[in-house]
Design a protein around this ligand. Sequence first.
Ligand SMILES: Nc1ncnc2c1ncn2[C@@H]1O[C@H](COP(=O)(O)OP(=O)(O)OP(=O)(O)O)[C@@H](O)[C@H]1O
Ligand SMILES: [Mg+2]
Length: 257
Amino acid sequence: MAAAAPELERRPGQTLRASSVSRSFAGVEALRAVSLELRRGEVLGLIGPNGAGKSTLVNLLSGFDRPTHGQVLLDGRDVTRWRASRRGRSGLARTFQHSHAFRGLSVRENVEVSALGVGAAPNEASRRADELLGLLGLAGYADAPASALAHGDERRLGVARALATRPRYVLLDEPAAGLPEAEVPAFASVVRSVRDDHGAGVLLIDHNMTLIMEVCDRIQVLDQGETLAEGTPDEIRSNLDVAAAYLGESAVVEEDA
Ligand SMILES: Nc1ncnc2c1ncn2[C@@H]1O[C@H](COP(=O)(O)OP(=O)(O)OP(=O)(O)O)[C@@H](O)[C@H]1O
Ligand SMILES: [Mg+2]
C-alpha cells in the first residue's frame, strides 16, 4: 500500500484549503465564495467549462494571485499573503496551462533547476531529473532544448518540474492536454503514484473526462465562478446539474485555446 500512509495517519488533517475565496477582475467575478479542500493522499478533480474559474483558483491556492476576499490555508496556516516561492518551499507545487519552462535550458536542466530551487544537492537534482523524465516519457528529450518540445510534451515537462520539488500538494492545470489518448493510461498511473507512493494531495484539472473519472477520488465542479457540485466520480457522473452545465458548452471536449 501507500508508503506514506502511516505518516498520514499520524498527521491527520493535512490539507490545502481555499476558504470562501472570491476574485474579481475589473468588476468581473471570476470566483464567488468558492471553498475547496485538497487532502494529502487523494486526487481531487477540478472540472468545469472554459472560463469557469479553475485556473484562477489554482493561482490563488499557489500564490500567483491573491483573492479579493477569503483565505488560503496550508496545513491550517493562513498563507493568503505568502508569495508563491514561500508556498513552494512549504511543499506546494503547480503546473501552468501555458509553458513556464526555461526555453534556453535543456529538458533535463529544467527539471534539475526545480529540484535545486528547493534545496536538493546537484547530484540529487540530476537523479530526480532522470527518474522523472523516465516516468513522464520524456527521457528521449532530456538533452534537447525545452523550446523544441511539442505542446503536450511541454505540459509533461511542467509536471516533471513540479514533482522535482517533492511536493506535498501538487496542482496540475490541464497536464494531459495534447496527450494522445493511447498515452492517457500511463499518465493516470503517474498521478496515482504521486498520491500513493509520495502521499501527496493532487489537484487535477482536465477536460478529458475519462482521465478524470478514472483517477480522481473526489471531484469538484465549478461553473461561472461557483461550485456547482462535489462528490465521488459516480455521484458527479449522475448529477444532472453538472450535465446541464455542460450542455451548449461542450466542455467535455473543449481544450484551452
Ligand atoms: N488576469 C485576468 N484578467 C482579467 N480576467 C481574467 C484574468 N484571469 C482570468 N480572467 C477571467 O476569469 C474567468 C475565469 O478564467 P479561468 O482562466 O480561471 O477559467 P478556467 O476555468 O481555467 O478556463 P479554461 O478551461 O479555459 O482554462 C474568465 O472569464 C477569464 O476571462
Ligand atoms: Mg484554465
